[in-house]
Design a protein around this ligand. Structure first.
Ligand code: ARG
Length: 455
């Protein structure tokens, strides 16, 4: 492709070392899509005639077929996906193939390909998030009245509903969805026409190519167009946050499915056994997703480090953008797929959750609130309840198991209606405030969530 200037062929090792065709061939179809748009534009401005455009379109159709059916011969000596395809095109159609690269460089070509590829992949990820969210809403609805202990510091804090907990996961995913959509929107500018770095002397109609490829507009600065990889960094940052969310869910799933918690059972089809311990059912999928979040963080750091201090414009360093990016895509997509199918199908052990919520004085705050309603300042109420809890611990009794007389020993404002407040149901129902854990709120939020994900 560049023999003219050189006095000896590239060293065989260097050829393989510098090649990217092993990993960039997955962009073949978007590379062809970009080339076809470029060719149409060249035809529109008179650089290609009708026959040449037709030949290019036919040639590309055949190449697409060869790639699809696996007969395309990828060659390392042609370095990357772009030169492999262009070279095959020329082999098939002759001179018209050689004209395709007019006004174009691999620098703007690869920048375009990655954007096309990523844009399409993000679309699928957005759908996967919506699918997972829809499943969480169903689970939240069916478990809106299921009570379990809510934790802070992993210590029993207050009773909450399981539906409410699922809605917290829904919110994390909602932010992930919006970040991804944002990233997709910001990257939607076309590098083609920037050529190697300075633009081109051919009168390319960049707006036309942008329209053909569904970009909002051509990139405004050619140097930036060929060298910018912000979109890849931004995507990996977004993916890292989403994987962090999945790792938090994973951690809870692992805890909850342990014999000690016994809050849930994961469907058998998502678990594996042990080769030595016959009783084991291991939560492999959540554990693996928890582990995979680490490698996506790593990819984000790789890309940041790759771009740090790079002078304008294109540098060969940039070829290193693809593997972290592609692996991030695959990891996130696989993790979302696993969770999107598994989580909505959890078996919920309502009794175990309820029993756990009855331990640990989860309704102590409710007793304090009760006393505040009877006119005691909150700090004093806090103190009174602290004493009652200490007494309960000593007696091995929950607050709801103390007698009225025992309670009144801590404060004489306490009356028989206190027992209503101390029940788990009373506690969650009392939190009927926007964003609160009461079943009524959960039902409202499920409805609102369903509307949100339709938009
Ligand atoms: N394979 C290269 C990459 O992935 C394509 C661009 C090469 N451009 C160049 N001037 N060597 O970045």
């Amino acid at each position: 492709m560049w023999g003219g200037r050189f006095s000896e062929p590239t060293d065989a090792f260097v050829e393989a070392f510098t090649a990217s065709v092993f990993f960039d061939q997955r962009m073949a179809l978007v590379d062809i899509q970009g080339s076809l748009a470029h060719a149409k534009m060249l035809h529109r401005i008179g650089i290609l005639d009708d026959d040449e455009l037709t030949a290019i379109e036919k040639g590309m159709a055949q190449i697409t077929e060869e790639i699809d059916n696996g007969s395309f011969e990828w060659s390392v000596s042609l370095e990357d996906v772009h030169m492999n395809i262009e070279s095959r095109l020329t082999q098939l159609i002759g001179d018209a193939g050689k004209k395709l690269h007019t006004g174009r460089s691999r620098n703007d070509q690869v920048a375009t390909d990655i954007r096309l590829y990523l844009r399409q992949a993000i679309k699928q990820l957005l759908d996967q998030i919506r699918y997972f969210q829809a499943g969480l809403l169903n689970l939240a609805e069916s478990e809106a009245e299921t009570i379990l202990p809510g934790f802070t510091h992993l210590q029993v804090a207050q009773p909450i509903t399981f539906g409410h907990h699922m809605l917290a996961w829904f919110e994390m995913l909602e932010r992930d969805h919006s970040r991804l959509a944002d990233c997709q929107q910001r990257m939607n500018q076309l590098p083609l026409g920037a050529a190697a770095l300075a633009g081109t002397s051919y009168p390319l109609d960049r707006h036309y190519t942008a329209k053909l490829l569904d970009f909002d507009m051509p990139c405004r600065n050619s140097l930036d167009a060929v060298s910018d990889r912000d979109f890849a960094i931004e995507f990996c940052a977004t993916a890292a946050i989403c994987m962090t969310h999945l790792s938090r869910m994973a951690e809870e799933l692992v805890l909850w499915s342990s014999a000690q918690f016994n809050f849930i059972q994961l469907p058998d089809r998502y678990c594996t056994g042990s080769s030595i311990m016959p009783q084991k059912k291991n939560p492999d999928v959540p554990e693996l997703v928890r582990g995979k979040s680490g490698r996506v963080n790593g990819h984000l750091v790789s890309l940041l480090t790759l771009m740090k201090s790079q002078p304008l414009a294109y540098n060969k360093d940039n070829q290193e953008d693809k593997e972290p990016l592609f692996d991030t895509l695959e990891t996130l997509s696989g993790s979302l797929r696993a969770f999107g199918d598994m989580v909505p199908n959890l078996n919920v052990n309502r009794d175990a959750m309820y029993a756990a919520a009855k331990q640990g004085y989860a309704t102590a705050t409710d007793l304090a609130d009760y006393l505040v309603n009877k006119g005691l300042p909150f700090r004093d109420a806090h103190e009174v309840v602290g004493n009652a809890v200490a007494f309960g611990i000593q007696q091995g009794k929950d607050l709801s198991e103390l007698s009225l007389e025992e309670m009144q020993g801590f404060n004489n404002r306490i009356e028989a209606d206190v027992f209503e407040v101390l029940t788990l149901e009373g506690s969650v129902n009392a939190r009927n405030i926007v964003g609160g854990t009461a079943p009524d709120q959960v039902y409202l939020q499920v409805e609102a969530g369903r509307k949100l994900i339709l938009d």
